[in-house]
Design a protein around this ligand. Structure first.
Ligand SMILES: [Zn+2]
Length: 177
C-alpha cells in the first residue's frame, strides 16, 4: 500500500468503514510509515475527540494509545477471520480427502471381492468337473441308453406276430358248398 492509498483510507478507518481486505495492509503501513501514522493520529484525535464532545462523553486522555489499540484490534479481527476461513477450508479439504480415500478403498474392496469371487467360481467349476465328471458321464450315458431303449420296438408275443402277419398277408380260401 502506497502512502497515497494509506492516506486516502484514513477517513474510512476513523469512521470504522474500512474494507476488511484493506485493513491488514493499512495497519502494516501505519505501523511502519511515520508520515502516514502522524497524519492518521491527527485525524483520529480530531474526529474522535469531536465525536466524544458531541456525545458529551469524557474526552480521552491518550488518543495515541486509543489509536494503537484500535489498529491492533482491527488487525487481529481480520487475521482471526482469515485464520478461521483457512481452518474451515482445511477441515473441508481434509474431510474431502478422507471421504475420497474411503470411497476409493471401498471401491477397491468391491473390485477385489468381485475378482476373488470370479477366481473362486472358476476354481469351483474346475474342481467340479475335475472331481465329478466321472459321475456326470455315467449319468449322461444312462440317459443315452434310456433314450435308445425307448426307441427300440417293443417285443411282440408269438400270438401278436401271427396276428400282424395275418393282417398284412390275408389268405382267402374259397369254400365250396
Ligand atoms: Zn506512508
Amino acid at each position: 500500500m502506497t502512502c497515497l492509498e494509506a492516506q486516502s483510507n484514513i477517513m474510512a478507518f476513523v469512521d470504522k468503514k474500512l474494507d476488511d481486505d484493506k485493513i491488514s495492509d493499512f495497519v502494516r503501513h501505519m505501523k511502519h510509515c511515520p508520515n502516514c501514522s502522524e497524519e492518521l493520529e491527527i485525524y483520529y484525535t480530531l474526529i474522535v475527540g469531536m465525536k466524544q464532545l458531541d456525545n458529551n462523553e469524557e474526552l480521552s486522555h491518550d488518543f495515541k494509545k486509543d489509536l494503537d489499540d484500535e489498529l491492533t484490534k482491527l488487525d487481529n479481527r481480520v487475521k482471526n477471520a482469515k485464520r478461521f476461513k483457512l481452518s474451515t477450508f482445511s477441515v473441508v479439504f481434509i474431510a474431502a480427502i478422507i471421504g475420497f480415500f474411503f470411497f476409493y478403498s471401498s471401491t477397491l474392496n468391491k473390485v477385489y471381492n468381485i475378482e476373488q469371487n470370479m477366481i473362486r467360481e472358476a476354481q469351483g467349476e474346475y474342481y467340479f468337473y475335475n472331481h465329478l465328471s466321472k459321475y456326470i458321464e455315467i449319468c449322461h450315458d444312462d440317459v443315452i441308453v434310456e433314450a435308445k431303449e425307448r426307441k427300440k420296438p417293443i417285443e411282440k408275443t408269438f400270438y401278436q406276430k401271427v396276428h400282424s402277419y395275418n393282417i398284412t398277408h390275408p389268405v382267402w380260401t374259397e369254400i365250396e358248398y
